[in-house]
Structures are given as C-alpha cells and as structure tokens.
Design a binder for this molecule. Structure first.
Ligand code: ADP
Ligand code: MG
Length: 151
C-alpha cells in the first residue's frame, strides 16, 4: 500500500494542505482522520471546509456526532470520539451515499461502519507546531487522489 506524507510546521500549513485536497474531492469521498487530541483533525477539517467554500465556522462537534455544511459540495463532519456505543447505527450509509464528502474524526472507533475504500489521514504531533500528516489511501479512487495531490 502506498503512503504519502506531508510535514506541516504551523496551523495555516495544515489548512492550506487541506484546502488543496478539497479541490480534488468528489461526492461520496470518505476521509478518516486519526490522531491524538490536539493533533489537528479539526484544523484539517476547517481547511477542507474553506476549500469547499463553506462560510460557516467548522467546530468540533461536541454533542452532535454529525454536522452538515453546505458549500461547493456538502461536507458531513463527524466526530465519533464521544460515541458511547460504537455499534449504534447512526445511519452513516446515508451520508456515504449522499452528494457530499464525509470526514470522520476518530474513525477507527466506528471502523465496522465505514466503507472499505477510503482515505485515512494520520496526524502526528512533532516538536512545537510540527505535525506529520500521513495519507493512506485504500482503493483506486484514493490512490489517484493522493497521486494528484502530490504531483
Ligand atoms: P483535534 O481535532 O485533532 O483534537 P484540533 O484541530 O482541534 O485537533 O487542534 C489542534 C491544535 O493544534 C489547534 O489549537 C491548532 O492551532 C494547533 N496546531 C499547532 N500547530 C499545528 C499544525 N501544524 N497543524 C494543525 N494544528 C496545529
Ligand atoms: Mg477535533
């Protein structure tokens, strides 16, 4: 499996990178975000939202598990960290099969409910404001997306 890596040295580099990715996204794309608290998952999602021309501020969904935003494409932002029962059927499929792009923070917690093909993005804390962003595409669609992003 191919892996792609990008090093961000400040928040704006993470959002800029996500903004570039947003230009390549298509309906039904699914992005799984992994990383510790404060790693930058929501920051990355804010960049995607900006890239999709979403005007509303994207925040960590605290009590709501799923938030929907309208832009060039709809963005379905999920944070399943506080989900108590990972087997609870949240109707994810409706989002995956919808017209928008789905982003799931802490995706491994609901792994069984996710599509087999998706783009997993790991954000890792480095020194100070450095974050290593590792992309692991699963499936042809996401391989191509990564290739284009890094070309
Ligand atoms: P998570 O959603 O993974 O818990 P957040 O995006 O909410 O993380 O928080 C990340 C925090 O780290 C923010 O306060 C952000 O400003 C800060 N930060 C510092 N450097 C970076 C960077 N290079 N990329 C992303 N966030 C960074
Ligand atoms: Mg978050």
């Amino acid at each position: 499996m191919s892996k792609y890596q990008y090093t961000s040295t400040q928040p704006s580099e993470t959002t800029d990178f996500a903004k570039r990715m947003a230009q390549l996204l298509k309906p039904q794309d699914v992005i799984a975000l992994e990383g510790d608290l404060g790693a930058g998952k929501t920051t990355f999602t804010k960049g995607l939202a900006e890239g999709l021309n979403i005007k509303k501020t994207v925040n960590s969904p605290t009590f709501t598990i799923i938030k929907e935003y309208n832009g060039t494409l709809p963005l379905y932002h999920m944070d399943v960290y506080r989900l108590e029962d990972s087997n609870e059927d949240l109707g994810f499929d409706e989002y995956f099969e919808g017209n928008g792009v789905t982003v799931v923070e802490w995706a491994h917690l609901v792994e069984d409910q996710l599509p087999k093909e998706l783009l997993t993005i790991y954000l890792k804390h480095g020194d100070h404001d450095t974050r290593t962003i590792v992309l692991e595409p699963k499936g042809k669609r996401y391989e191509e997306l990564c290739k284009e992003l890094f070309s």
